[in-house]
Ligand binder design. Structure first.
Ligand SMILES: CC(C)(COP(=O)(O)OP(=O)(O)OC[C@H]1O[C@@H](n2cnc3c(N)ncnc32)[C@H](O)[C@@H]1OP(=O)(O)O)[C@@H](O)C(=O)NCCC(=O)NCCS
Length: 184
C-alpha cells in the first residue's frame, strides 16, 4: 500500500440562472424518487458505476458492494440529506426485469446543494442519462430553495470534468484527498 494524494476540483453552479436542458429520457428508463427501501438499489447502481473507476481508489468503499451499502446508509442519515435531490435510474428490460443503472444523491451543505456520487453503469453511458440525473438532482436543490450547488470531481476523471463544465459548472478550488492505494 502507498499513500497517494488525488487532486480534486470543487466545481459550482448557480441555480438561479437557467439550467441546461437534458435530453428526453427514453421510455425504457425511469427516474425513481427516494424511499429508504431503495438503499440497496442505490448501492448496487453506485457499485456498478464506480467499481472499476478512479474514484474507487480515492474512496475505497466505492470498490465494494458492502462499502456502497454502508455509504448509502451514512448519506441517508445525514442531517442535510435531501430526498428531493436523490434519484435512482432504472432500465426496464421487459421480461428480464429491471436494472438499476444510475444513482445520484444530494445533501444540503449550508447555502449549497452538494451532489454526491453521480454514477451511470457502464452499458448505459454516453446516452445523456448522467446529464438527466444531474439535472433532476439540481431541480431538487431548487425545490428546497437552494441557489447554488457544488460537487467534487477527481482531476484524472477528465470525462466527468468535461461533462460538468459543459453543463455550466465552474472550477472554483483544487483540493487534495489522501488515500491508501494498493500498487500491483
Ligand atoms: C460521469 C458519468 C456519470 C457520465 O454519465 P453518462 O450517462 O455517460 O453522461 P452523458 O451521456 O450525459 O454525457 C456523457 C457524454 O455523452 C454525450 N451524450 C449526451 N447525450 C447523448 C445522447 N443522447 N446520445 C449520445 N451521446 C450523448 C455527451 O455529449 C457527453 O459527451 P462529452 O464526453 O463530450 O461530455 C459516467 O461516466 C460515470 O458513471 N462514470 C463513473 C463514475 C464517475 O466517475 N462519476 C463522477 C463522479 S464525480
Amino acid at each position: 500500500m502507498g499513500m497517494t494524494y488525488f487532486r480534486r476540483f470543487r466545481m459550482e453552479i448557480d441555480l438561479r440562472s437557467p439550467l441546461f436542458t437534458p435530453p428526453r429520457l427514453p421510455p425504457e428508463y425511469q427516474l425513481v424518487s427516494w424511499t429508504s427501501g431503495l438503499i440497496d438499489a442505490h448501492a448496487e447502481a453506485k457499485f456498478h458505476s464506480f467499481c472499476y473507476e478512479i474514484d474507487a481508489n480515492v474512496f475505497p468503499c466505492l470498490g465494494e458492494l458492502e462499502g456502497c451499502v454502508r455509504l448509502m446508509r451514512e448519506i441517508a442519515r445525514r442531517d442535510g440529506f435531501l430526498h428531493e435531490a436523490t434519484w435512482l435510474l432504472t432500465h426496464d428490460r421487459g421480461p428480464d426485469g429491471l436494472d438499476y443503472c444510475g444513482t445520484v444523491q444530494g445533501v444540503r451543505d449550508s447555502e449549497f446543494g452538494a451532489i454526491q456520487n453521480l454514477g451511470i453503469t457502464v452499458p448505459h453511458r454516453g446516452h445523456g442519462l448522467g446529464t438527466h440525473l444531474l439535472h433532476r438532482a439540481l431541480l431538487g436543490f431548487r425545490e428546497v430553495g437552494l441557489g447554488k450547488a457544488y460537487l467534487e470531481v477527481t482531476a484524472q476523471n477528465t470525462g466527468a470534468v468535461k461533462l460538468y463544465h459543459r453543463l455550466g459548472f465552474r472550477r472554483v478550488k483544487t483540493v487534495y484527498k489522501a488515500a491508501d492505494v494498493a500498487y500491483a
